[in-house]
Design a protein around this ligand. Sequence first.
Ligand code: FES
Length: 699
Amino acid sequence: MPDFRIKQHPILPIPEREEIEFFWEGQKYSAYKGETIASALFAHGIRVFGHHVKDHAPQGIFCANGQCSQCMVLADGKPVKSCMDLVTPGMQVQPSDGLPVLPKVSRAPSTKQVREIPVPVLIIGGGPAGISAAIELGKRGVQVILIDDKNRLGGKLVLQTHRFFGSSKAVYAGKRGIDIATRLEKEVRTQSSVEIWLQSTALAVFSDQKVGVLKNGQEYVLLVPQVLLVATGARERFLAFKGNTLPGVYGAGAFQTLVNRDLVRPAEKLFIVGGGNVGLIAGYHALQAGIGVVGLAEALPECGGYKVHKDKLVRMGVPIYTSHTILSANGADRVESVTIAQVDGKFRAIPGTEQSFECDSVLIAVGLNPVNEFYLKAQEFGLKVFAAGDAQEIAEASAAMFSGKIKGMEICQALGMDVGEIPNAWYETEVILKSRPGENHKEVLPELEGGGVMPIMHCTQEIPCDPCTSLCARGLIFIDKTDIRQVPTFIGHSTSCTDCERCISGCPGLAITIMDTRTNPDMPIISIPYEFTREVIQQHDVVVVEDTEGHELGALEVVNVHGRAFSDRTSIVQVQAPKAYARQIAGIRVQEPTITRALDHYVEHITDDTIICRCERVTAGEIRELIRQGYRDMNELKIVTRAGMGACGAKTCNTMIHRLFQEQGIPMGQVADHTKRPIFIEVPISVFAGADPKTDGDQ
Ligand code: FES
């Protein structure tokens, strides 16, 4: 039986887990207790979870976050989202082929009085922003209920194996996301006034200012908060291209969930679309999990993410195709290849530039939208409401933490508490942490004459990040503390650096190396940070070294591989390099160029199956035609085509329909948006009458 579990990882521990058995289409499979149905299926290479009722197209997961409803299966006869529901011993899971036949109703569901629970503060979302706010409120004794729909706190932090950027003073910069999640969880759990409800989903905000919550997936309750904080994070944007609904086309977050949270390998060869931080980081995570990254396409002339993230990828052997777009994902019932093309100044594909690559997965990382529907509805209904983190504004997780902290204080003020003025410096830090990458400077490589040792900074772009300054015990790395977006500078000299290796092992961008000419000035030792399984590189191996931009410099023998007590899973690989290019070495290639080669022909996708509404299988062509006919109301489009009427509640298609209007030259001011209903998550209707969706079979 194929096994797609990750058994070894350079950063993540592989825990001992209890095995259970479940059934897929009547055949017995193993799973781990506490994992989702989707991950249990992926662990056995099952990626098609059903077929759409309208065109019988194969369906699998897309978001792995409960947002898109593409992963529906029948679990013990009931339709469930397999990315959210946990597999249980003996569970009978069937694909969702066409419309599910619901279990027969032999009795009315048992209903009961729905509990109303007043609470001073309700926080929806247990990610970095929500937890940080809860900690501030808890410190001041405010009663809080913090809810999250997952079975652990941390939000997207639990998917991040890399070290975080930002300010080491304000937001744990330099620590790994997974470890920040653990720290935050520990801290919030010490606050006695903060009650935490996991696997609890906010369903609706009502006009009487009550919030409907399905507690523990079992009991529907109405929370009556004095103040609501929405910290629900972001959802990924979908993209219109041919073959975009094939199983194997995933959102970047889904991929990270499967790989880093659930430790399953959803791909062998991956192509990434989108060069923002999310796409770049996902590529790095794929390589760490032993997955080949065939390439990354970005429509803009430059990647929008941090340059250090991009540099890491190219050094490891991932080609980046800027000014390129995806034309199609190709394959019959799963992704078999991808076709990209260069774009002109108006982002139109240039004929004759098409290239295809063999891959089994395409990862979409073209941006995020705030999950802000609860915030907008609460505002409309006059509830005192705040938003924090990505639900307020899309930015890095470090900014989300800080924005949560500020919101915690603002909520205290809104409750009439005397907490004093919120320092202006906090707001200034928030602005800095949210800032986009700034100017990129020319790389300046220091001379090192005679015997000595010094760090070489390969970090050239202005981004909010400062851990290197506090890592150097001698204070030899400088960034002006009033604005941590500056590029760091080494202010010591060849005899002041002690070669402690703290800076190279702690830099989140892996953008520092150390050059040591003490034993042989003509063949210096270069120390390089390395975050892959150490067994992959050992002493005496020959490695290809590259410069910051991924240009190959030479093949060198490894003289030493080691870790340090403080280096926290970052290994240090040392090579002895000719003086001529030693300073330029910034990293080691980790994947062979063969994996990235284009096919000798391009795969033309002739079916016009560019899907805009995944749930109802409405194509871009159908919507464009109606726009040309004069339709300007999203509700009318919905009535005519059913676009936006499906299970996801228009969460995936809405922005793409907006884009089609813009493409046709229609200003958004002329377009009436979808009417937003108060209920945002689909549940059996009997839940609102107090029925337990887990145990009450007849609904
Ligand atoms: S993949 Fe499960 S809801 Fe999107």
